[in-house]
Write a protein of this length. Sequence first.
Lengths: 238, 238
Amino acid sequence: MGATDTMTDLTHLVETDAEPKKARRATTEQRARDIVAAAAEHFSEVGFAGSTREIAKRVGVTQPLLYRYFPTKDDLIEAVYKTVYLERWNPAWDEALKDRNRTTRERFETFYRDYVETTFTPIPLRLSYYAGLRDAEINQWYNHLIEELILKQLVREHRVELGMPDEAYVSAAALEPAWQIHGGLMHYGWRKHILKLRVAPDIEQVISDNLDMYFCIAENTYRREAHITETDIAHDEN
Amino acid sequence: MGATDTMTDLTHLVETDAEPKKARRATTEQRARDIVAAAAEHFSEVGFAGSTREIAKRVGVTQPLLYRYFPTKDDLIEAVYKTVYLERWNPAWDEALKDRNRTTRERFETFYRDYVETTFTPIPLRLSYYAGLRDAEINQWYNHLIEELILKQLVREHRVELGMPDEAYVSAAALEPAWQIHGGLMHYGWRKHILKLRVAPDIEQVISDNLDMYFCIAENTYRREAHITETDIAHDEN
DNA sequence: AGTAAATGTTATCAGTTGATAACAAAACTG
DNA sequence: CAGTTTTGTTATCAACTGATAACATTTACT
């Protein structure tokens, strides 16, 4: 329940373009953003145990000032969470993945090129891993988003393309191959941007190969699944 | 260079079975192990910023005592690193992967079943991620190990099986598909044991599917690679 | 048994932490 | 311009941090 609450709380913040009527307090909001940005940077380097004094120093203000913008350190951390997870999510992705004028393959190749470009930078990546270790909840929510909007969509659209019935329900087992290629890409980001290892230079080739891998075995897993669900009467929607 | 030094320093510790001549000081070494175990547990929960007092409390001793076994906190952290990375590495794996009496597929399926069983538990997994974020070096070394002993081996053995020349050199690009399926499994561990998400219940099926995916596209990537290296004269061994 | 080394505890230090209160300067409002 | 709100700083707190020194106890060896 907690994860779901967080989700509904956050989604309205995805579009933060609307300007207030007057430019009043623009500097105040800017300062708040500066603090969050400095906090994100610092936390991404040392984890959420990083000190508020170091953050204040980076902004160029004194440490007690932070407490006028964020009552507690946890509030600041939560603000960092929000910007990291929400500023990077493109609401257009959801619709683009449903566009049946293009092949499933094309849609997901385009999506993943875009996704890794906006997601695979050190600060958000590191924060995401630190966040997962510190408090699984927000990361659970984010992965739920990935699963619902991306991976289930992939399975569904591909099934339809294969002439199979358009079934909304996708079991954890049927979803796993999609998670595997997604996870492979995430681990690529981990190796490249966090461990600073040498990786394959052409990420677009990696994406392409991963989709090849997926489409190569997907049909078999769908059929395996279909065989199970035929005999499995009670399956819930979630 | 640092990573390589660490590697050579650590490898001799893999086999710690040899008992000292007399059982003298066995309790001392046991206490040291207890401290490291408590530290591993605590650090795995809150990260390496965790306090020495909490560790001492878990062992049931006073905090200054830790400093008789480990001069500084960093020394204790390093000891935790060693146990985590080395106690879990089975030296037999290296040889088993070279056994050409079994198909490449069989060898790697057996290996991965064993590997995930010994590696995918919360404490080592969490420590590994915390370690990567805190200090990439040791994790770089470990990934180097994976790459050299597992993934390059997979590419090489599979190439031979396909009748291609037994080439020791494997480029980063040719290695990437192998990294992708490995990374997919790592991310499975992340989702299951750290984020506590619902995942596909049958890990052996996941491994099997991943190997299917790999062998499905591998040949193409080998040929792509062969085509490049033909025209590429200067390629170093590392 | 007697002594020295090894193992443990108590007391304490200086530095850092998140957080608060009191005060100062700036900006907005009438 | 006067007064009020907003934004900022200084000073300070109590709790906690890694680490050290002095002292106590246990263990091992002759």
